[in-house]
Design a protein around this ligand. Structure first.
Ligand SMILES: Cc1ncc(COP(=O)(O)O)c(C=O)c1O
Length: 483
């Protein structure tokens, strides 16, 4: 028997014995397991990693291995319940005709601007991904190496994704979701494309937040959809305008980011959360919840609201989650969840587009999230993002005090600055680049006329906090240039 199969066998034995321990209770030490089951340390660590990936145990370095507190499948903070969801409304939503001739456009300029790499001499305040110094590079390298040694690592994965990874995402998202509601995707962008192509017919309207991530608007238009903006304020999507927007457009899909919205950083308020679901349900529409920044929470954040998907009893919410933002843009692994017939639609569209997500990446992800390095990384990242946000705010207060936002976000990686009326954000971004700092002009975040000029400054992609300060100094120089 080789190490790999004996690891799986030991995991099966330990799984069967888990009920002997209360939630939170310590399991026997690795040494005790080696002696009792006559296996090597490698076999024990493989078995524990498998149980950790399944959420059955948690490992605490230096302390041992403990039975997980909540049984998988329980509903952490969600509506829970075992009654099957009533998703019959989806049949109408998925067949609704648009009645407007579709027109498709393939304008990737917003996406390509977001992906542009700044030359080394330029301070990058534009990119939406972590600088390598903030990425868990060692943990990723170790996970990749371990994944490469997993049995069948280069084999073909199931179309929907590896079962353990689907189960991990279901637990991570919460509510009544199970592994069978989760489709593994190649990150968030691919999930957005799949969602919009699956849930609305060409020519159909789709409600989007205003302002919003340009990549959402780009994939909507490429799918022949008509993005219709609904304003966002400091409390997130304006639910007082939402019912009218559904009534005026007869849209069947709304895309929103309830947590740390890109670009405003807003969190959907507790009062508005049930409103979004109630109004969408009344309109027979899906809510595509792009939860892209949940793992970019800062250390000073209050307890986060659960995803809308965890409080959705009848399949209204299609939830999107990606691991690129808290790790590396190249760990292109994410998940899209749906309950009811919508799931089959999403699965079919993704299978036609790309078959499945490469298995080595899925295996790497499983190795990463099951290792103690994962929670350690998230804690470190929360502290680093907090400190960077503060550094950026201090620099703005010193150099450009009028642009400092009233409220700073407690998650995500960017500040959204309102420029004075009449200021051209595109011209300012161009001048800033000449002065040696890359910033993002706000106009690309609006589907129609922008209500005012804005800039977005990212604090995740500079190589150090000092460079953030230097970036603001350069922006100040550009700001002072004659128009
Ligand atoms: C709001 C939002 N959603 C989705 C994405 C896509 O990210 P990825 O495909 O790397 O997961 C981005 C990237 O910037 C984003 O800002």
């Amino acid at each position: 028997m080789n190490e790999r199969s004996s690891g799986a066998e030991l995991a099966a034995i330990l799984r069967g014995e888990l009920n002997r321990y209360s939630p939170g209770e310590k399991l026997p030490s690795s040494r005790a397991l080696m002696v009792r089951h006559q296996v090597s340390p490698v076999t024990v660590s493989r078995a524990i990693a498998e149980l950790a990936a399944q959420g059955l145990v948690v490992t605490r370095p230096g302390a041992g291995v403990f039975r997980a507190e909540a049984a998988p499948g329980a509903a952490p903070g969600g509506s829970g319940g075992t009654a099957p969801p009533d998703t019959s409304w989806q049949e109408v939503a998925l067949s609704a005709e648009a009645g407007v001739p579709p027109s498709r456009s393939a304008d990737a300029s917003g996406v390509l601007a977001a992906l542009a790499l700044a030359p080394p001499e330029v301070v990058d305040l534009n990119s939406g991904y972590l600088h390598p110094v903030l990425q868990p590079e060692r943990a990723l390298a170790a996970a990749l190496a371990r994944a490469g040694r997993r049995p069948g690592a280069w084999g073909r994965p199931p179309i929907d994704g590896l079962p353990e990874l689907r189960a991990w995402f279901a637990r991570d998202i919460g509510g009544a979701l199970t592994a069978s509601d989760v489709l593994i995707t190649a990150g968030g962008q691919s999930a957005l494309t799949t969602a919009l192509r699956s849930l609305a017919a060409p020519g159909a309207p789709v409600l989007v937040e205003s302002p919003t991530y340009p990549g959402t608007v780009a994939v909507a238009r490429a799918a022949g959809l008509r993005p219709v903006p609904v304003p966002v304020d400091a409390d997130g999507l304006r639910t007082d305008l939402l019912a009218d927007a559904f009534a005026a457009t007869r849209a069947r899909v709304l895309v929103c980011q309830p947590l740390f919205q890109n670009p405003t950083g807003a969190v959907l308020s507790a009062a508005r959360r049930p409103e979004v679901l109630r109004i969408a349900r009344a309109a027979g529409a899906f809510v595509v919840e792009d939860d892209f920044a949940r793992r970019l929470v800062h250390t000073d954040a209050p307890a986060l609201p659960v995803p809308l998907a965890a409080e959705d009893p009848d399949g209204v919410v299609v939830h999107i989650r990606s691991l690129t933002k808290p790790t590396s843009p190249s760990l292109r692994v994410g998940a899209i969840t749906a309950r009811g017939p919508a799931y089959q639609r999403l699965r079919a569209v993704q299978a036609m587009d790309s078959f499945f997500v490469p298995r080595p990446l899925q295996e790497t992800t499983l190795e990463l999230v099951a290792s103690p390095a994962w929670s350690h990384h998230l804690r470190t990242l929360a502290g680093a993002l907090h400190d960077r946000r503060q550094t950026l705010a201090v620099a703005l207060r010193q150099w450009l005090p009028d642009l400092l936002p009233d409220r700073l976000p407690y998650g995500g990686y960017h500040l959204w600055l309102r420029l004075p009326d009449g200021r051209d954000d595109g011209a300012l971004a161009a001048a800033a680049l000449r002065a040696g700092v890359a910033v993002t002009p706000g106009r690309g975040y609006f589907t129609a006329e922008a209500p005012g000029p804005h800039l977005r400054l990212s604090y995740a992609c500079a190589d150090s906090p000092e460079r953030l300060t230097e970036g603001v100094r350069r922006l100040h120089r550009a700001y002072g240039e004659p128009l």
